[in-house]
Design a protein around this ligand. Sequence first.
Ligand code: AMP
Ligand code: MG
Length: 494
Amino acid sequence: MSISKKTIIIFDNTYASLPEIFYQTINPSPVKDPKLIVFNKKLGKELGLNIKKDNNFYTEIFSGNTVPNGASPIAQRYAGHQFGNFVPQLGDGRAILLGEVITKNDNRFDIQLKGSGKTEFSRGGDGRSALGPVIREYLISEAMHILNIPTTRALSAVATGEQVYRETPLPGGILTRVARSHLRVGTFEYFASRQLSDELKIIADYAINRHYPKANESDNTYLSFLDLFAKKQASLIAKWMGVGFIHGVMNTDNTSISGETIDYGPCAFMDNYDPSTVFSSIDRHGRYAFGNQPQIAQWNLASLAGCLVPLIDNNEDKAKKSVSKIIDSFSEIVNSDISDVMCSKIGLNSKDKKSQESLKNLLTLMKNNEVDYTLAFHFLSDYLEHNNNTSFKLLFDDEVLIKEWLNRWMELINTRDKTKKNIVKSMKEMNPIYIPRNHLIERAIKAGVTDGDFSVMLNLSSVLEHPYTLQDIHPDYMNPPEPSERVLQTFCGT
Ligand code: AMP
Ligand code: MG
């Protein structure tokens, strides 16, 4: 087979071969003067892309101006609960799935353009994306990946050379997103709410085969699917909590079936520890506050469970009983996952009651002293490594209380059957020094959007590639914002 010039991606599209009710067939709309801001070569290689082509070629493909050979562009149909209210018709209003690729390790990924023009799901929207949210998603999703948190990824960012109209005209952008799939809880809700039982079964089987093939080995495949999904969610949320990530819009249409973090809108990282932290301008009642995320994940799990009831058992009562068990046990699973993550951040074993108590006391002190979440854990690993390090203590105003806490914590560390060196090592692996802090992201966006200067974004991106090692760079990259730089609110991409 001769590979034509346009073959930089070898596609293997399964979603587009599902019945047409699942999507709209639609090409990206071309843009005027696209410029490639960044192409993620490492990810390109992982995906098996033919990356020898010159930049012009990427610009053509990732701006949507050229549809590569083998792509079957579609916009996916879904519904969803937004802030608790059911919206029966959503769908990719500003995203177009080009198709799927299979990596050397036999993993299947979607390649999707975000901001590539109108679809039938755009309703009043323009199908475009402003450049700011593209920069934000590129930086944050890649940082999450490096932090070992399941997430969609960013293959490229392009400036379109066109304006998009929000409250003011803004430069437009397109992000190429890579995901294990774009199936959402809302995809199930679309078909379940219309009682389209054949389609519901098709999408459930598709999801199981793509993400949870183990469920096929169970006596009750669909119940097992729900159970596996619940466990993936719990582990994901625990990882979010470990780094202070606040998704900001945990609607069911933004909850990926594969267990990846998806739809980076008004997401943010917490500076000072406070479970009630909210950044999103649209989250007026704090539904998606940092500390609420585990309960919201359970709420979203219940939405998926409701969809699966008819597939689980012909006897509705019996099916409801089985799903209730899974929903109820979620709290315990997610709390235990969070406890595992958090205890390992302080070098302790979560199975020991005393570790849990120590963690709880530390968090209380951190909250009362308005202590930076990331720095506290980083300096604690430093404290253990160098014994006399004062940086940790200096974070707290309550000198006496933190000294007392440290003494008791050291006693627990000393009872562990691991060497100090190993404890330090494992703590460092859990405690990043560099995270995509909101004010750093804002700086990168401002330079890109206002001055067309993407060097700030690219520098930040390379710092975030090595979050766990102290780098010889300006301490600004690790420090919390100055009061004047503090980001108080974040906004969606719309
Ligand atoms: P989100 O809040 O980004 O998860 O999006 C919710 C819904 O609004 C989805 O159906 C999106 O496709 C749609 N949407 C968001 N922004 C736009 C836009 N600029 N143009 C068209 N549809 C949009
Ligand atoms: Mg969304």
